[in-house]
Design a protein around this ligand. Structure first.
Ligand SMILES: N[C@@H](CCC(=O)N[C@@H](CS)C(=O)NCC(=O)O)C(=O)O
Length: 221
């Protein structure tokens, strides 16, 4: 079986799949693609021009949530989608909250403003613009996630699920921008971030990125 993850390691959606593959112990190749300067025929692989795309032998699967689900079906251990229907719905909702809520705020407003745009264009980081997003747009999202965790180790049930991976993946971009969920304001989410990012799977993806773009990375102790 040949598995290829197509995309860039700085994308939180690509990272989500990278972590799923590592947690399941699946061997795969990484094929780097920058969606903003893609190869000419990229739309044949990814009809919306987005990353990640995924190749299993000669078949293509698109969209991180669809790919994660697919991987759970071809390699059910460990299961990342709970078997109980309501718990599965909760895990998929938290994954969607991260994809559709956290990423659009952390991505353009914070990570791109402070890390990516300066790196690509040499522009100064937009500290003021990013601070507004950090003060106004981010707190309700982090507050919701903190409430959902309550005092649990995982978002759903007693084991790792796609909810945890979906949330912890964009939190890597937040840390790359020098921001972490505040320990006093969101203690459960702060502890979750620390725990998740210390897992072997996250360490394997975080180490090479921080070597490249880790200037603002915040350590958690
Ligand atoms: N729903 C998609 C979103 C993927 C996505 O938006 N990826 C970004 C990179 S983080 C991308 O490819 N952007 C390029 C574009 O929108 O043209 C998924 O979960 O895979």
């Amino acid at each position: 079986m040949s598995l290829t993850l197509i995309g860039s390691p700085i994308s939180p959606f690509v990272r989500k799949i990278n972590i799923v593959l590592l947690e399941k112990g699946l061997d795969f190749e990484a094929e780097p693609v920058n969606p903003f300067s893609p190869p000419d025929d990229f739309r044949e692989t990814s009809p919306l021009g987005k990353i990640p795309a995924f190749r299993h032998d000669d078949r293509i699967v698109n969209d991180s949530s669809v790919i994660a689900r697919y991987l759970d079906r071809i390699e059910p251990n460990p299961a990342l989608y709970p078997s109980d229907p309501f718990e599965a719905a909760r895990a998929e909702w938290i994954e969607e909250f991260a994809d559709g809520g956290l990423v659009p705020v952390i991505g353009p407003g914070i990570f791109q403003a402070l890390v990516l745009r300066p790196m690509m264009t040499g522009a100064e980081p937009d500290e003021e613009g990013a601070q507004k997003v950090i003060d106004q747009d981010l707190p309700p999202l982090l507050g919701y996630l903190d409430d959902q965790l309550a005092d649990g180790e995982f978002f759903v049930g007693d084991s790792l699920s796609i909810a945890d991976i979906g949330v912890a993946s964009p939190l890597v971009n937040l840390r790359l921008a020098g921001v972490v969920p505040d320990r006093d304001r969101w203690p459960a989410l702060h502890a979750f971030t620390k725990r998740m990012h210390a897992r072997d799977s996250f360490q394997a993806v975080i180490s090479p990125i921080t070597r490249g773009i880790g200037k603002r990375w915040v350590d958690l102790n």
